[in-house]
Design a protein around this ligand. Sequence first.
Ligand SMILES: Cc1cc2nc3c(=O)[nH]c(=O)nc-3n(C[C@H](O)[C@H](O)[C@H](O)COP(=O)(O)OP(=O)(O)OC[C@H]3O[C@@H](n4cnc5c(N)ncnc54)[C@H](O)[C@@H]3O)c2cc1C
Length: 385
Amino acid sequence: MKLTSEQKLIQDMVRKFTKSELEPVASEFDKLENFPKNIIKKLAELGFLGIVVPEQYDGAALDAVSYCIIIEELSKVLGSVGMILVAHNALVELPILKYGNEEQKQKWLASLSMGETIGAFCLAEETGQDIKTQAKKIDGGYVISGKKTFITNGEVANLFIVFANVVDSNENLSLQNNEETPPSNKLTAFLIEREAKGFELNKIDVLGMKSAGVCNLKLQDVQVSEENILGQIGNGEKIIDEAFDFANLGIASLALGIGQAGLFDSIKYSKERNQFGHSISKFQLVQEILVEMKLKVTQAKLLVQETAYRYDSNENIKMDVALTKLSATDAAMFIGTNAIQVYGGYGYIKDYPVERYFRDAKVSQVWGGTSITQKSKIAKILLES
Ligand SMILES: Cc1cc2nc3c(=O)[nH]c(=O)nc-3n(C[C@H](O)[C@H](O)[C@H](O)COP(=O)(O)OP(=O)(O)OC[C@H]3O[C@@H](n4cnc5c(N)ncnc54)[C@H](O)[C@@H]3O)c2cc1C
């Protein structure tokens, strides 16, 4: 796909930024497991914390193709930065933009775009799809209790979209008494600030994406008012569905970035490393690995660009997003694994970034719905058509 001059400009801008600002510190952030606050601040200055937010709310008002370019280029250098931006832009700003009332947009979008507020999205629970978090109706608002897990950005976020089932007092009582209760169909999104009383976050020790501040969250009788509801009571599923389409396009771009980095490094190393009097790039089985990597990364790139273009054209992209995520995340994992193979023992130690690509790539096959879930989605659409 041919990029427009504006998209090209953005690509150049991110590449310049990653070269001068991110590359020198990427490994250190991963090692120390630090949230890259200064980097995020600088990215906010470039407009990348409000990628699709309209200018009236101080956003950059860019298209989905540009969003994918930004995530891809940043993730080539540090996957965690791509992940932070996907959670913030796709899972928090987009739902507020699409479902928020004017007051909520005024209150949050400019602050999120400028990076003064960092957003996090709280759906996942230990019980998986069975959401146990409840919002009990009280006079003038709700009391929310429950436990959320895997909250990207949780370490530093100030604004959280929390999904809870709205129940009235009687429903809640019977749930506590373990009586048979019809499942509530009132999954609802609430905007909650970090300072809310009863809100407790704890960092999780994750395999990869060490700098994305992933946390568990406990909500103990957190009181919110009616104004904290995002959209309508009961439209949680709809919000999740739309947010996930855009997030999964971002996760595919993130995976593409990691895959490209792995391919680039593998080519370079294979030319430098000598065995039996030759550079290992002369061995045909090493060449085959490089060719397979290139093939997978090219397929992923074409899919990401085409799906982003179709997203911008307001086409139905449900199937395309699932295919794109599946392809790009499998490519990243294949390359993560095989880059270590090309590096031999040196791929397994922290002196080189390929072990990080391997760890970071894995989460792209899980976050936003596992690869198996993507396949189920694709099969469902295929069989319905
Ligand atoms: C680092 C990280 C960051 C994350 N960030 C966030 C975040 O910011 N916000 C958030 O809300 N969530 C977040 N998540 C949660 C993530 O989206 C879920 O972990 C993911 O959707 C998988 O859900 P699960 O962990 O409950 O696994 P499960 O759904 O229990 O899956 C376990 C296994 O069962 C399979 N399986 C499940 N259902 C089916 C089915 N119907 N048919 C066939 N197989 C099935 C899965 O494919 C998988 O192999 C994050 C996760 C990680 C690891």
